[in-house]
Design a protein around this ligand. Sequence first.
Ligand code: BDR
Ligand code: CA
Length: 313
Amino acid sequence: RKKVILDVDTGVDDALAIMLAVTSGQLDILGITTVSGNVSLDQATLNTCKILQLLGVSGQIPVYRGADKPLAREAIFEHRVHGADGIGGALGDMPVTKQAETEPAEDFIIRQVLAQPGEITLIMTAPLTNLARALQKCPELTQHAAEVIVMGGVVQGFGNITPTAEYNMYVDPEAAKQVLAAGFPRLTLVGLDVTRRALLSAEDIAKLRIPAIRDYVEQSTSGYRERYYERNGVQACALHDPLAVGVALNRGFVTVHDYYVDVETRSELCDGQTVCDFQNRLGKPVNAAVCLEVDAAAFLECFIDSLNQEPKK
Ligand code: BDR
Ligand code: CA
């Protein structure tokens, strides 16, 4: 099984990404690190613990708290999209027994990656603050991580928080810039170009067979789907973060192209924009495999099939 660490700001779609990662049975999840993003660090951590409890794996997957704000900016929460609690009010009355570990997220990432060189895939579905902080402490991480898969950015389309920027990149563009410039030999960008095509509809949710899982997905995505409809006119919601896990499970879901990508950090209008050098005009070496196409049907089938599995104990 592929060894992974998930880095999340649990949010509606982060929760679905965790669910896919766990229920797929194909990933060895060494731990989940949390960060300020869609919601506060505390809320993201709480939500992560709740999802692991819902899946019955809270004893097996440790959770580590990371940064409580971006490197150099104030937090920008997304309560309008993800709800007051970040998971659309679902699991509101769940008693939470699981606690996060005391080791900070960045130290956990460094410790694991150095102990198992070439083996660990980092799946990042949040602002990149934790990984940037880990790199500041330990630049040689780049040589030891097997792969970094980042849900973030958009290279051909438009943004989802500003006209040009995707949310994770916009919230901590300094961190994103550092991660892209760090020199990871294998960094895959799963941006809105593909995640907007990985849509979950009410009909798809009806295919979920485990009642507790179906009810949770129904409830947690209800407001999220409404917001998506208001913006995009589609009766569904985008599985942004789950697709990053999907790419870890089966790279065949996407088509990637190698490019040099950078992030704007000093523009009033375009901060957080991922600039992809399609024609290598800057003459810089490739630093990212950018997803440009997705087999959304195949990915969605994997998503539904996985959530229909009882979690592997
Ligand atoms: C990303 O932003 C967040 O709101 C989602 O959880 C996802 O990680 C999509 O742009
Ligand atoms: Ca997220």
